[in-house]
Design a binder for this molecule. Sequence first.
Ligand code: ADP
Ligand code: ASP
Ligand code: MG
Length: 403
Amino acid sequence: MALIVQKYGGTSVGTVERIQEVAKKLIKHQQQGDDLVVVLSAMSGETNRLIGLANQLNDKPQGRELDVLLSTGEQVTIALLCMALEQQGVTANSYTGSQVKILTDTTHNKARIVEIDDSRIRNDLSKGHIVVVAGFQGCDELGNITTLGRGGSDTTAVALAAALQADECQIYTDVDGVYTTDPRVVSEARRLDHLTYEEMLEMASLGAKVLQIRSVEFARNYNVPLRVLSSFKEGGGTLITAEEPSMEQAVISGIAFNRDEAKLTVLGVPDHPGIASKILGPIAKENIEVDMIIQNTGHDGTTDFTFTVHRNDFQSSLAILKNTAQELGAQEVISDNKITKVSVIGVGMRSHAGIASTMFETLANENINISMISTSEIKISVVVDETHLELAVKALHSVFELE
Ligand code: ADP
Ligand code: ASP
Ligand code: MG
């Protein structure tokens, strides 16, 4: 008998019929003898609908009240699933994040899980009940409702699996696993049977939105076997685990991309110690996350400095940078918010030379200009113009034989 945590995403619980299908699947699974803890998202589109309502009343809805609002989406689905289960004679209890209690810090709209009290869940499981928990939410020490950031139900599921020392955490979604790249963009993308936490972390961080990044961090930190699989189609999906010495590694396992980047450059800054912190300090102070950073070698006492941010933060970053540039006596600020980042990822890169040159040559052959490059041990990312995104992803997918 195993203890399994299963998470169903928005599409999987998007209608009452689909919720009924989930109920049937759960009952079948329970009859095989496993204990089940189920985490649900809101019905697909519901979180966006709630944000839309908030936007009609407030220019910048945020903080505590936005969390009170957004957490309702998941409260609806957990209750409906338990009703569907009861209708079929199975006892199930639903719990909101605060009822469990999933304790988080106080960072509203992007809270981090601090601790999970597993006593109510264990008690229910011992009675043979199915436990259904609202994803994406928790509460802080004062009992305020918090949410975990978009896609946060994945993190609820993995955190519960870690707290309960579950045998596996299964993420049921609208694709039958993790693909070599987004199957909606490259139809030749292939499902991967197995990935390491490191690879999945890079994929998620670099734009593959199939799992929330924090859920993968949790899985890696607590060694939770994580499986992505389809709600609608039978199959083993993709298993994500720690790297084992016996694993046969493909050199490149996937290609991720991010359309939401913007690039800012300050030209002709005096090349003094402390320049990077003077440029990026005011950006960080506004809580803007900087992604890639490049500083050129100084020349004639000045240097150029480039960095990228999320497109949503473009206008505010530009205003801050223009201000800083003036203070520093820099020549000019130039910017481009029509860029995308394309990355190739694979742990096999550690032991294979020539990946970067193959990547650059492939892009050159397609006449695609690279404006920034960044690397880690297991990934190479390039910034290209957004009009070249699909061509770049398809060419790289083919040259690294990912079909
Ligand atoms: P859910 O609502 O179940 O949480 P998401 O929309 O968050 O589902 O995640 C599933 C989607 O992730 C897929 O429909 C797919 O378009 C997208 N996706 C992006 N990159 C990948 C990838 N490498 N492999 C699989 N799916 C991907
Ligand atoms: N409902 C939330 C969202 O749409 C959380 C989730 O589905 O994971 O972001
Ligand atoms: Mg998701």
